[in-house]
Design a protein around this ligand. Structure first.
Ligand SMILES: Cc1ncc(COP(=O)(O)O)c(C=O)c1O
Length: 364
């Protein structure tokens, strides 16, 4: 079964390479596989060996600008099992747009959005046809789909061979998929601020590029070792304004009844869940603000805190520790506004609630 976020590649993958004439040469490839039921009964080592073969791309160059210098961008989106047995993607056109902008941000040719959406749908559809997809489970309805599983889709760029510092003119775009279960498990929802810097003004913080994940990964591990679930980054200049989590955006429901999230700029990733939560909150009549918010204001004025992201969905934060002082929100429990937004978002994604925005896109 799908672990929270482990890698177990489904067989069908997609590859496209930018050509000198500006077109993209596309290919779908079915990697080595058995029937899903047969794979599930393999001894652990045999299954790992099979998965390792699926994760081998011998026609892609090992030494290139991605592996040497971090010249790589990626996306993450999910296809959700529906009650009628189908799969639906959540806002794939938003990921398509961000991927194109990320690639252009690293001065690569941007992958066309229409190709992105078509390829993502087709990879998910082909894997489903082979039986590789999580089946809808009515048990998930009992906890509002917090325990729901999904297909995680990971498109990423990969550059042509090269050893000197250079830009990528003819990158590949690869799309792989893997099953995922609930992201944050267990009772710990504590967060801690860090004085390490994720992104600097005029840097790449707004781009979903691999290089941006080095510091957050180190910081998250350090936070975990100290007993926290998540780390919160502050702005580089003053270490005063909240920016985001290690791989998620952040929201504060203030005592005055306003839902605030840090405004976008060049140091914050424009999250698709963030954008969706802003729309949902407005839809249910909660006033929202995108603005700078200081850690001091958060600690004195926030009633509820939660983080958002494709992997996390909406996860409440029970407390924030800043410079050794801990403030607990809503007695350490998930607050009502957080719960409403969470249940609405999950309900839309799993088809149990109306989708007034037309966010869910069938793969077939
Ligand atoms: C740094 C960072 N911020 C925010 C997000 C949330 O973005 P989204 O909601 O599009 O998944 C992510 C997740 O991909 C992330 O890596």
């Amino acid at each position: 079964m799908a672990k929270s976020f482990s890698l177990s590649l489904y067989p069908w993958v997609y590859k496209a390479q930018h050509q000198p004439d500006g077109s993209w040469q596309e290919a779908f490839e079915a990697k080595v596989h058995l029937a899903p039921e047969a794979e599930a009964t393999l001894p652990h080592e045999a299954r790992m060996a099979l998965l390792a073969r699926r994760n081998s791309f011998p026609d892609l160059p090992l030494v290139n600008y991605s592996t040497q210098y971090g010249f790589s961008v990626f996306e993450g989106l999910k296809a959700f099992p529906q009650k009628d047995g189908s799969l639906k993607l959540f806002r794939p056109e938003e990921n398509a747009r961000r991927m194109r902008r990320s690639m252009e941000g690293l001065k690569m040719p941007g992958f066309p959005e229409e190709l992105f959406v078509r390829a993502v749908k087709e990879v998910v559809r082909r894997n489903k046809e082979l039986g590789f997809y999580p089946r809808y489970n009515p048990e998930w309805e009992k906890d509002g789909f917090l325990s729901g599983h999904a297909v995680y889709v990971r498109p990423f760029s990969y550059t042509e061979p090269g050893i000197g510092l250079d830009l990528s003119h003819h990158p590949w775009v690869v799309i792989i998929t893997t099953p995922v279960g609930p992201y944050f498990e267990g009772p710990n929802n504590k967060a801690v601020t860090t004085d390490r810097i994720r992104a600097t003004p005029k840097g790449t913080g707004w781009i979903k590029c691999s290089a941006n994940y080095v510091i957050p990964t180190l910081v998250k591990k350090e936070a975990n070792e100290q007993g926290y679930m998540e780390a919160i980054f502050l702005d580089a200049r003053e270490q005063r304004y909240v920016e985001e989590g290690s791989s998620c955006n952040i929201f504060f429901y203030l005592k005055n009844g306003t839902l605030v999230t840090p405004e976008l700029g060049d140091t914050i990733l424009p999250g698709i869940t963030r954008k969706s939560v802003l729309a949902l909150a407005a839809h249910v009549g909660i006033p929202t603000e995108e603005r700078k918010i200081s850690i001091d204001e958060v600690l004195s004025e926030a009633k509820e805190v939660f983080v958002t992201g494709t992997a996390a969905g909406i996860s409440y934060i029970e407390s924030i520790t800043h410079k050794g002082k801990t403030v607990v929100f809503n007695n350490g429990k998930m607050g009502e506004v957080t719960r409403t937004l969470l249940l609405t978002l999950k309900g839309i994604q799993y088809g149990a609630k109306e989708d007034p925005f037309g966010w869910m896109i069938p793969v077939e």
